[in-house]
Design a protein. Structure first.
Length: 222
């Protein structure tokens, strides 16, 4: 193998190694979350549900995850005024004039968007999602959820519920958002299908994961 060919082969090998490390990291991270969830639901099915001293739990409620997040709710930015003024002055006495003016323009309403309200503790259970901060406290009961949306990075979640007109949600760090997104889906699945079905679904995912573990694929010439 010549110098140029050898250089290209090494560069290709480094790229393959980088891809492998990224895929392996994602695979291990997902399996870690699934394993953690399996332990939580398995313990619950066996009747082991440790009390969370910071939450008044409802009957059959199981705390799946606790973290930090930013609570936001749909709101509107301040309105602005676009236009100018015109007018004329009237002489009153020597050296003193009174100005009469008028405004012409348009009032531009503010933009509707999700606006940050508070930062605090987030708890996810198999019945609801809870936010508690120094300014705001709210919950999203699974029974009232109409829609859920998240950004591609799975760090920002917007939830629509039947008992509130305005949508709201929580934003997390990238690390917490990844874990939350998985456990949130499992919590909703558990609410609709029960804990035994959730355990089986997680076990199936873990079993499938053993067959798709990433493998290092080096170029043929190496």
């Amino acid at each position: 193998m010549g110098f140029i060919a050898n250089f290209k082969a090494k560069r290709a090998a480094k790229r393959a190694q980088a891809v492998y490390q990224t895929e392996l990291f994602e695979w291990e991270r997902e399996n870690q979350v699934l394993t953690q969830a399996l332990e939580i639901f398995t313990a619950a099915s066996a009747g082991s549900q440790p009390d969370d001293q910071s939450l008044v739990q409802k009957k059959g409620e199981l705390v799946l995850w606790t973290g930090q997040g930013i609570y936001h709710v749909a709101g509107r930015t301040p309105s602005t005024y676009s236009g100018g003024s015109q007018g004329f002055s009237i002489p009153l006495v020597a050296g003193i004039r009174y100005r009469v003016g008028s405004f012409k323009g348009t009032m531009i309403p503010g933009v509707e968007m999700q606006m940050d309200k508070d930062q605090g503790m987030v708890k996810l259970t198999n019945q609801r999602l809870i936010f508690a901060g120094p300014i705001a406290t709210t919950e999203w009961a699974f029974a009232k959820i109409l829609s859920t949306f998240s950004n591609p990075d799975r760090t920002d979640f917007i939830i629509g519920v039947s008992n509130r007109q305005k949508s709201s949600g929580v934003r997390f760090s990238s690390e917490d958002g990844y874990v939350f997104s998985h456990l949130f889906a499992m919590g909703l699945y558990s609410y609709e299908n029960g804990i035994p079905a959730t355990i089986k679904a997680i076990q199936d995912e873990l079993k499938e994961g053993t067959t798709d573990k990433p493998m290092l694929q080096l170029p043929p010439n190496l």
